[in-house]
Design a protein around this ligand. Structure first.
Ligand code: AMP
Ligand code: MG
Length: 420
């Protein structure tokens, strides 16, 4: 590997991102749109709420009837009807009258406010709730109180979401409220996951001398899934060109948008990945100034972007988080490619060789602050300290020592407060 380039993390990330493009759009059902990025603005066809309705279980009335009303000076109104949620009332409220109304039921004509049932003498906890003929009220309300005007949330004709917006659960709720059963979003990236190495055996096989189980594929398929993309397992390729080609062909047949392989990119590894990519596409090998995860291959195979991650499980996972994550998110149309990060106080002295370092750590909340301790061995083959970790602690490039009490950036795998 004479043509290995040395790159900073930032330069490597920039190059990876330049090599991938946003995928085309597709129409999907609203229920399938979670985590997708909109390709067109959404304009409300209807008002939200579509009609004025009650915000409380209570009585719709004319606010002027309650002017000056108090505990010492209550008023009695005549109850002339009952409006349930879902009803389309034709009843007219006039001075001196009130209509019982449920939360969400349409306001009757003539009424301009609602008095909550709790502020009346109705025994509303009674299950049967017979309609009283009169109601005693001992407090005033203003016009507009306890009612939700039509269009008070969203006005018909308003642009509610711009193209590029990420669809979260609450966006799906808004779109449902506006009667949008399907919409245009960026297609989910299909990511082919390939493990390489003669030492690898499938997880269900018994161990044999010299063999280890393929763990990277499982981690990587899960990482792809967690990003809302579609993993396509390409299995294990032995260290032969024919094997690697056959597996990559499976990926082409499956229509993958990105190949991610692990192993075979370090100095001393059999250079089969390199040979295959040079014959059928192009490839560059980089030594990235990061720890773990130094070797990285980047290129294309038959025009499909290809990212070759290191083989050691921790290096593979960290490199995925650093480079593959951003590439997949870009393809899926996201504009925020940065991982969420927080500042944490380090609880111990840490050292680095000056490369940008990603340390497995446990971040906890103590006295309202986030503090971090490393979670065990930082060797790049040690999965158990990765399992103990809920974060990666980043020592910046050029920094060789961090004292206890100093602040570092952490990438959270999950939050101390999170159940899953
Ligand atoms: P390499 O990059 O081929 O030199 O591999 C580096 C280290 O990662 C070696 O110890 C490999 O056995 C290990 N390794 C490679 N691929 C996998 C995999 N899919 N699952 C677990 N360990 C792996
Ligand atoms: Mg190998």
């Amino acid at each position: 590997m004479a043509d290995v380039e040395y790159l900073t993390v930032t330069a490597a990330l920039t190059a990876v991102l330049q090599g991938v493009s946003v995928l085309p759009a597709e129409q999907v059902a609203l229920a399938d749109a979670l985590g997708r990025v909109l390709v067109e603005p959404i304009v409300a066809r209807d008002n939200l709420p579509p009609f004025a309705n009650s915000a409380m279980d209570g009585y719709a009335l004319v606010a002027a009837d309650l002017e000056g009303v108090s505990g010492d000076n209550p008023v009695v109104l005549q109850v002339i009807g009952d409006i349930a949620a879902g009803a389309a009332p034709e009843i007219q409220v006039t001075r001196g009258t009130a209509v019982r109304i449920m939360t969400g039921a349409p306001m009757p004509a003539g009424a301009d406010a609602v008095i909550p049932v709790e502020d009346t003498n109705e025994a509303w906890r009674d299950k049967t709730r017979p309609l009283p003929s009169t109601i005693l009220i001992s407090r005033a309300v203003q016009p507009g109180d306890y009612l939700r005007p039509a269009g008070g949330d969203v006005r018909a004709g308003q642009t509610v979401l711009e193209a590029g917006h990420l669809l979260r659960p609450q966006e799906l709720g808004l779109l449902a409220s506006l009667g949008i059963p399907e919409l245009g979003v960026i297609r989910r990236p299909k990511v082919g996951i390939l493990a390489t190495g003669d030492e690898l055996i499938p997880v269900a096989e018994p161990l044999r001398p010299g063999k280890i189980r393929n763990s990277n594929s499982y981690t990587q398929m899960a990482q792809v899934t967690m990003l809302g993309a579609i993993p396509v397992s390409l299995g294990i390729a032995g260290d032969t060109e024919a094997d690697v080609r056959a597996r990559l062909q499976d990926g082409l047949d499956a229509g993958v948008d990105l190949f991610i392989s692990s192993a075979g990119v370090s100095v001393g590894a059999y250079d089969v990945v390199k040979a295959v990519l040079e014959a059928e596409g192009n490839v560059g090998f980089w030594r990235v100034r990061m720890r773990p995860g130094k070797p990285l291959a980047y290129g294309t195979y038959h025009g499909v972007p290809y990212l070759g991650l290191p083989g050691n499980p921790v290096s593979a996972m960290v490199s995925f988080e650093r480079f593959a994550r951003a590439a997949i998110l870009k393809m899926a149309g996201h504009t925020n490619l940065e991982r969420p990060q927080i500042q944490v106080e380090v609880q111990e002295k840490l050292t680095s060789d000056g490369r940008e370092s990603y340390l497995r750590a446990v971040v906890e909340k103590r006295d309202g602050r986030y503090v971090a301790t490393t979670s065990g061995s930082q060797d790049s083959h040690v999965i158990s300290s990765l399992v103990k970790a809920n974060a990666l602690l980043i020592i910046p490039e050029g920094c060789t020592q961090v004292s206890a009490g100093e602040t570092l950036t952490a990438w959270m795998f999950d939050w101390p407060e999170t159940v899953f």
